[in-house]
Design a protein around this ligand. Structure first.
Ligand code: CDP
Ligand code: CDP
Length: 223
């Protein structure tokens, strides 16, 4: 098992479907680097807002992207995006970022700027001695790592997802973000062919994690 090859787990789904919680648990269980790509889109959005750039001004968005120097810092088992050497703080979870992030994420230039950066996280994981990578987002199993060894798509009904967000004390219009994420032209949120679809609505986090961990453990045991 110790000599098993480096592998990638891709987890996609709408807001509050359970991506982050399950990714964190899998990262601990299998010694994987945890990469929350939503935090990357959020950090870029916070930086755009800080610069006074709006998503409707495509020229300004492109100019800002060229100026942003992206790096990665490892904190525990997680990758954090540095912009100009700085890691954004809690402002990436603010109401303002919640309201704007899907608009910036729908811009093809933003997605292109992040494509190589996200794929490069596999090298970051290798360089730091992780056995693999668990990356969560909206297009990981479809666009970023379509050949990932394990691809999951999490789903939960809208009422349950709104309840989960509210119980975290977050102000977040997740229905509107889902609408924007699912209807955009570039890399829309959808379960890609071949991914394992898991409905988390009536299931505990532990049950969901078990369903994901079982095939990973089986593959590693056979390697
Ligand atoms: O945590 P939650 O699921 O609410 O959202 P997130 O993962 O932090 O992602 C915030 C937003 O970033 C999403 O609503 C998408 O608009 C965008 N996103 C994306 O377009 N592609 C990704 N791979 C990850 C996030
Ligand atoms: O990353 P994403 O926005 O998809 O969801 P999350 O942050 O992992 O989960 C949102 C909330 O739902 C957290 O408080 C989880 O503990 C909770 N959750 C749950 O109650 N049942 C599940 N099966 C999965 C998550």
């Amino acid at each position: 098992m110790a000599s098993s090859p480096f592998f990638i787990v891709a987890i996609d789904g709408g807001a509050a479907s359970g991506k982050s919680s399950s990714s964190r648990t899998l990262s601990e269980r299998f010694n994987l680097l945890h990469v929350d790509t939503g935090s990357f889109y959020r950090a870029i959005t916070a930086e755009m807002l800080r610069r006074g750039v709006t998503a409707s001004d495509l020229a300004a968005v492109q100019a800002a992207l060229i100026e942003m120097r992206l790096g990665t810092r490892i904190a525990g088992r997680s990758a954090q995006m540095e912009i100009g050497g700085r890691v954004a703080g809690e402002e990436i979870r603010s109401r303002e970022v919640n309201d704007h992030v899907s608009h910036f994420a729908a811009i093809p230039a933003v997605r292109t700027a992040l494509l190589a950066y996200q794929r490069g996280q596999a090298e970051v994981a290798r360089a730091h001695g992780f056995r693999g990578l668990v990356m969560e987002g909206r297009d990981i199993g479809s666009v970023i790592f379509p050949d990932a060894a394990f691809r999951f798509f999490l789903h939960a009904n809208p009422a349950e997802r709104a309840r989960r967000r509210a119980s975290e004390g977050q102000q977040d219009s997740i229905a509107e973000r889902d609408r924007l994420d699912s209807s955009r032209k570039t890399a829309p949120l959808a379960c890609p062919p071949g991914a394992v679809l898991i409905d988390t609505t009536h299931r505990t986090l532990a049950e969901v994690v078990e369903q994901m961990a079982a095939p990973i453990a089986a593959r590693l045991a056979a390697a």
